[in-house]
Design a protein around this ligand. Structure first.
Ligand code: ATP
Ligand code: MG
Length: 394
């Protein structure tokens, strides 16, 4: 089975034709060996960044200081990174300097885990100086070289270990697991944005429950800005169909004030909006089963995760399945204001009155009347309903 997209293969081929080495590296090679669909494909090359730019006519400098050039091939963006080594790490997060080198082995040595330190040539030869293939077979996460040193160099690798445990379900090799525990406090040197990116991936892993247990057993959770105490409850809400569902359970189980959570993990406005809705929906769910109001007000995604969390926290109470929620929501006469068959212009026409605040108020009333089945959502019925109500109130 050939590896990579036609575009990525062409990039490798052209680099080789120009006299350089070029190979596939990183997670896509690992996933390929696991028989999984590769995510982003990374190419490593002996060509220096300026040389890469000479080979291809259409490139972008996306991370040239780290050796990465984006090559456009057949309209597809392909990342090409020059073989590099990393200097010392004074701050446990970023190398003080990177050096471009011509040796692939040097490049693979700087990578985090044996399963990620593999390269694949265009003709399918696997270059594996650290026994990555064997570890993949054994389903083991093993640091390249001395685990303690590697975690001390870059503490992000600590949380990456746990996120790979979540996505791959691999066990953590003994020395790596010990180093994980011993170096957990170093995670404090890593920016929350980078931690959040790994947590996002952790949440959607198939083995998230196991990963959450590892997180707690290695005491890593104590080093994170916020973490729920009742880890079992959080696990009971899994699996998560999106990172946000994971964060929602994290927030509710941890009983965190949404604002505190947003600040601690620097969440985006979009994330905040979703989590605020879940927080409100959950309060309403505590008061009773979801009814028309909630089914209308909240998105299917918000309803789903809120109900799931409720069920995990109160397993003896009646709950609705995803399918039931979807069906009930689908049965509402309208899904949003936009579905209403009339607008302000109609109201002005029917009354002969000019626009103003009253329009919004009456449209809201019409929306509620349709939602609660007091009026059918057609222009004709809404006109009748409106004129009689309007007259009554006049
Ligand atoms: P995914 O499938 O989630 O993208 P990945 O292994 O490709 O997983 P990336 O974050 O995309 O992970 O990184 C690409 C490669 O870069 C890794 O496979 C690894 O070889 C290397 N790498 C990434 N982060 C680090 C790190 N902090 N320390 C050492 N090597 C790293
Ligand atoms: Mg990747």
């Amino acid at each position: 089975m050939s590896f990579g997209t036609a575009a990525s293969r062409e990039v490798v081929r052209q680099l080789m034709d120009a006299g350089y080495e070029a190979v596939f590296v990183g997670g896509s090679v690992r996933d390929h060996l696991l028989g999984k669909e590769a995510s982003d494909i990374d190419i490593a090359t002996s060509a220096m960044p300026t040389e890469v730019k000479e080979v291809f006519s259409h490139t972008f400098d996306v991370g040239i200081q780290h050796g990465t050039v984006l090559v456009m091939m057949y309209g597809e963006p392909i990342e090409v990174t020059t073989y590099r080594t990393e200097g010392t790490y004074a701050d446990h997060r970023r190398p003080d300097e990177v050096h471009f080198v011509r040796s692939l082995e040097e490049d693979l040595k700087r990578r985090d885990f044996t399963m990620n330190a593999l390269a694949l040539t265009l003709d399918g030869l696997c270059i594996d100086p650290f026994g990555g293939q064997e570890d993949i077979k054994k389903r083991l996460i093993r640091a390249v070289g001395n685990a303690d040193d590697r975690f001390q160099e870059d503490a992000l690798r600590i949380i990456r270990t746990v996120r790979f445990a979540s996505t791959l379900g691999f066990a953590i090799e003994k020395d790596t697991a010990n180093a994980l525990k011993n170096n957990a406090p170093l995670i404090g040197h890593i920016s929350v944005e980078r931690i959040k990116t790994e947590m996002d991936k952790l949440f959607i892993g198939k083995y998230v429950e196991r990963a959450l247990t590892i997180l707690v057993e290695s005491n890593l959770h104590r080093e994170l800005p916020l973490f729920p105490q009742e880890i079992g409850m959080l696990s009971a809400c899994a699996p998560f169909s999106s990172p946000l569902h994971g964060w929602a359970a994290f927030m509710i189980v941890g009983k965190f004030n949404p604002q505190d959570l947003f600040k601690a993990y620097k969440l985006s406005n979009q994330d905040k909006q979703f989590l605020t809705a879940v927080s409100e929906a959950f309060q309403e769910r505590l008061a009773g089963k979801f009814g028309t109001d909630q089914l209308y007000k909240y998105t299917e995604s918000v309803l789903q995760i809120t109900e799931r969390i409720f069920h995990a926290l109160y397993p003896n109470k009646e709950y609705m399945t995803i399918e039931e929620l979807r069906e009930m929501k689908g049965k509402l006469p309208i899904q949003s204001k936009e579905d209403l068959c009339i607008n302000g212009k109609d109201l002005m026409e029917w009354t002969g009155q000019r626009g103003g605040k009253w329009l919004g108020e009456w449209l809201y009333r019409a929306e509620r009347a349709v939602l609660y089945g007091q009026c059918i959502n057609t222009s004709k019925h809404l006109k009748e309903w409106f004129l009689s109500e309007f007259k009554r109130q006049a």
